[in-house]
Design a protein around this ligand. Structure first.
Ligand code: LLP
Length: 421
């Protein structure tokens, strides 16, 4: 459920009509709903009630300062994957003890930053990383709390580019080798083993892969404890999918996911962490664009928008589906026709949807891409020197621009022309 509904025939973000935002900031833009962010965060909180737990929002999904400050205010921890995200979390007021540092290639500078600024734990992904972290922590006279991310060799049954739990993926340590890596970790100065981490992929629409992975983590917990390691925290990653296509069956709910966690690891006496990103932010955001032209092609009509692949790359990159709806509600029973919905960028890959059934649309009409709050703005670029588009946050009838569109001067002046050119 989200808070983008038609009221009096016009799509609103909470109580703000989208045409009003378009008039104020111009199109295209992203708009996020506080109420939806809150609701989705609470779904996970409720799903884990009774377990000692922390929901660490995976900031990579949407790291706008206002979004993370809102979630931090609800009590969310943060899962960060770079020094930049770490600094964003700190700037949003998140204390170090609620920040988890994930990622396969942490630099020594990033380790130093997190160790001195405060960190809940590092999720370590390789032996060389473990050695580097030990050296950095020791040189600072500090101790790094760690989990080791294990790779359980489980098929997440999702798009190959976002599956992370198979042995051929670059992530984690093969679970069979975990005992030796934990033994190594326990022997290193500046390292304190506290738990185990796993994350098998994103946009999972089935609980079975989670079950397989979590059962392996459970077995490993018991084994490592017999080997003397104090495994007291399990980071179970993120990955629960969202319904991108409303006409399809919906993925499992957070309550069902929470029940699975309780069932598989609930009796281990561990603190449970999860790292959801998409489910919190995805359906809390829309991308709103204007129709520039309707062009008749050979046997097809193209709807040319002012948004493009640089603003929302998911369709071009993963063949992802986003529901695209007119902002003015079509009259019931209005005839639909197929359009190829495209942007102005000079690549055929700049196609959002092919032969998508839509009510008749005219130039100047607004359309909204649903489920664009996660991996939308954060993955955008200024390809074709198209400015990054503004982000707007809505709460009830209030709206605020939370990132402004840069001017062309700002874009051009970011570059420097050496005197010898
Ligand atoms: N934890 C780790 C270690 C991750 O790598 C990720 C996502 C998450 C948590 C959050 O997963 P989520 O709950 O959002 O599924 N750009 C792609 C998605 C990439 C996901 C990368 N890792 C997309 O647009 O579909």
């Amino acid at each position: 459920m989200d808070h983008f509904l038609y009221k009096d025939g016009v799509l609103h973000a909470e109580d703000v009509p989208l045409p009003q935002i378009a008039a104020e900031v111009g199109t295209p833009f992203y708009v996020y709903s506080c109420a939806t962010l809150t609701r989705h965060f609470h779904l996970f909180e409720e799903a884990l009630t009774g377990l000692d737990h922390l929901v660490c929002y995976a900031m990579k999904a949407n790291s706008n300062q206002a979004v993370i400050a809102h979630l931090a205010g609800l009590g969310a921890g943060m899962d960060v994957v770079s020094g930049g995200e770490y600094l964003r979390a700190k700037a949003a007021g998140v204390p170090g003890e609620r920040i988890v540092f994930s990622g396969v290639g942490k630099t020594r500078d990033e380790m130093r930053m997190a160790l001195t600024g405060g960190i809940r734990q590092f999720n370590v992904e390789s032996e060389p990383e473990l050695t580097a972290l030990s050296e950095v922590a020791s040189s600072l006279g500090l101790t790094a709390p760690i989990t080791v991310r294990v790779n359980p060799d489980v098929d997440a049954r999702t798009h190959e580019k976002i599956a992370t739990g198979k042995s051929e993926n670059k992530f984690g340590i093969p679970i069979a080798r975990a005992p030796e890596v934990y033994a190594m970790a326990a022997s290193l100065p500046g390292i304190e083993v506290i738990g185990i981490d796993v994350h098998i992929g994103s946009q999972l629409t089935d609980l079975e892969p989670f079950r397989l992975a979590y059962e392996k983590v459970r077995d490993l917990t018991l084994r490592l404890r017999t080997e003397g390691h104090d495994i007291r925290r399990l980071d179970l990653g993120g990955g629960l999918g969202i319904p991108y296509e409303r006409s399809n069956t919906a993925p499992p709910l957070p309550t069902e996911y929470g029940a699975l966690i309780r069932e598989v690891v609930g009796d281990l006496g561990v603190e449970v962490e999860i790292e959801p990103g998409r489910l919190i932010a995805g359906n809390a955001g829309l991308l709103v664009a204007s129709v520039l032209y309707v062009k008749e092609g050979e046997g097809r009509d193209f709807l040319i928008l002012d948004a493009a692949m640089n603003d929302l790359i998911r369709p071009a990159m993963y063949g992802a589906w986003h529901d695209i709806v007119p902002v003015v509600e079509p009259a019931p029973g209005l005839e639909q026709r197929p359009y190829d919905i495209v942007g102005p960028v000079c690549e055929s890959g700049d196609t959002f949807a092919k032969q998508r059934q839509m009510p008749t649309i005219s130039p100047g009409n607004l359309v909204a891409f649903r489920s664009a709050g996660a991996y939308g703005a954060v993955m955008s670029s200024e390809y074709n020197t198209r400015p990054l588009i503004p982000e707007v946050l809505v709460k009830d009838d209030q709206m605020a621009v939370i990132r402004a569109r840069p001017t062309f001067d700002e874009i051009i002046n970011r570059d420097t022309v050496p005197a010898w050119v």
